[in-house]
Design a binder for this molecule. Structure first.
Ligand code: FES
Length: 483
């Protein structure tokens, strides 16, 4: 399940860290946010190192649909209501500026990354009045927004029209990342396993830094900040299709679980089937998306399928700035919802500006308040469910576990996660998440162990796929065969 971005770009490998270092800034994570932050810091003359657990772009940057847009779902009416027109305008403009910044950077550095200006459409069915009022709200904040009727869309299904944003863009995220990262000091296969103040343990070596930026999709440290109480994680599934004609533009359904579509060269990227991480017990998400593709595009051909994970903030705005008042050297970027391209650029500018002592156009510091309490509570309930979940089968049923499947079993009185691979080999793990101990669930679509509490994911052997977990699952031995 390799995305079309990874299928079409190979980023040259970098070495792992092999010595202790002292730098001005250490950035954790070599995805778009980390690399952009590193780029801006290095541009200000700061000695900067980027520490990546895996490979450059191996996380969500290589799995996105790569829309660069200030149109981020049905948010602007809510932001005005929740934060007031002044803050909503500041945020809206920061996102539109981020689109322009990509264009400037790409032109200045002559980056060949399939960058294309495009309009973004938020379409809907049965909710034209809502779309019109969203268009008005966005336009009132200075965004290039308008309502367009159904006749203007030419999609392969009926709509009641869309909120149209002009002056947006799309690109190939890994071509961009590859070009931007070339001159930066990046160490791959160098997981950060401990951070105390400005001292990091990375790949077994010590890095001392004046500033530490957590840019690895999800804040890795529970304290301070308690981000795990505020962020939830969602998964979405993508197909790249040939012979699936689509008009120019980037399209998104106003419904939470609707479809997203865009072109990339000769291909159409279709995505959807979202769910909270850890809540996919029956699977079938790719199959349903394939049925949708056949319904919409008839004889289309699948080129690639992959999935992505998004960290969702409780109040629609991302976190970008100081990690916590209790950790003055630390900075955080997360909670980009599904808008990682635009928000990564904005967060990188924001954080690098703060580290360099420049004036920044920051968002208000958000503490848990009435507006976010509901989401925090929901996350808490989700965690309790994950800690107390009890659906597991008894040991005798392990023998019936089919190839390519996984599940939780009771073996020798202990809950055990079991996966049988396509060759019939059994892999057993302790199914307690190494983040805070929730019981993991098997995701049949991706053959992974997913955590319903805060979204960590592990491969069948227990290796970490997605944070906040840092440590792998413990492996278990197969039960001895009875003579
Ligand atoms: Fe927090 Fe699993 S991600 S307990």
């Amino acid at each position: 399940m390799t995305s079309i971005w990874h299928q079409t770009v190979q980023i040259a490998p970098r070495p792992a860290l092999e010595q202790d270092l002292t730098v001005d800034a250490a950035v954790i994570g070599a995805g778009l946010t980390g690399v952009l932050t590193g780029y801006f810091l290095a541009g200000q003359g700061l000695k900067t190192v980027i520490l990546e657990r895996g490979r450059i772009g191996c996380g969500q940057t290589g799995r996105t649909t790569a829309k660069i847009t200030s149109q981020q779902g049905l948010i602007y009416q809510t932001l005005i209501r929740r934060f007031g027109a002044g803050t909503a305008k500041k945020f809206a403009q920061s996102q539109q500026e981020a689109v322009a910044l990509y264009q400037q950077l790409i032109q200045r550095l002559h980056i060949d990354c399939d960058f294309e200006p495009a309009s973004a459409y938020l379409y809907g069915s049965g909710n034209a009045a809502l779309l019109k009022s969203e268009a008005e709200a966005a336009a009132s904040l200075g965004l290039p927004a308008s309502f367009c009727g159904p006749g203007a869309l030419h999609l392969p299904f009926e709509t009641d029209g869309a909120v149209r944003f002009d002056r947006q863009a799309q690109f190939h995220p890994l071509k961009f990342l590859d070009a931007l990262s070339r001159e930066l000091c990046i160490f791959e296969n160098t997981p950060v396993t401990k951070v105390r103040g400005g001292k990091l343990l990375a790949g077994g070596h010590t890095v001392c830094a004046r500033a530490v930026v957590f840019a690895a999709h999800y804040p890795l440290w529970n304290l301070p900040g308690l981000y795990f109480t505020r962020l939830s994680q969602q998964r979405a599934y993508c197909l790249a299709l040939e012979n699936a004609p689509l008009p120019p533009g980037m399209f998104l359904d106003v419904k939470q679980d609707g479809l997203s579509l865009r072109r990339h060269g000769a291909w159409t990227i279709l995505s959807g089937m979202d769910h909270t991480t850890g809540e996919n017990p029956r699977g079938g998400r790719y199959d349903t998306l394939r049925q949708t593709a056949r319904r919409l595009f008839g004889q289309c051909r699948e080129i690639a399928c992959w999935s992505a994970q998004d960290a969702m903030s409780p109040d629609l705005m991302p976190y970008a700035g100081r990690y916590s008042a209790a950790a003055p050297q630390w900075y955080v970027a997360s909670g980009f919802d599904k808008w990682g391209m635009t928000r990564a650029m904005w967060a990188a500018r924001q954080i690098s500006g703060m580290i360099c002592g420049q004036n920044t156009n920051g968002l208000p510091v958000r503490r848990i308040n009435l507006a976010t309490a509901g989401a925090v509570l929901k996350n808490g309930v989700q965690s309790v469910k994950g800690l107390t979940r009890v659906y597991f089968a008894a040991a005798p049923q392990l023998a019936q576990l089919p190839r390519g499947h996984g599940g939780i079993f009771t073996l020798d009185g202990r809950k055990t996660g079991a996966y049988r691979d396509d060759q019939g080999r059994l892999m057993l793990v302790d199914p307690r998440c190494t983040h805070l101990g929730c019981l993991l669930t098997w995701n049949p679509d991706e053959r992974s162990w997913d955590c319903p509490c805060h979204g960590s994911r592990f491969d069948p052997s227990g290796a970490v796929l997605d944070s906040p977990a840092i440590l792998a699952l413990k492996r278990r031995e197969a039960p001895a065969q009875k003579p």
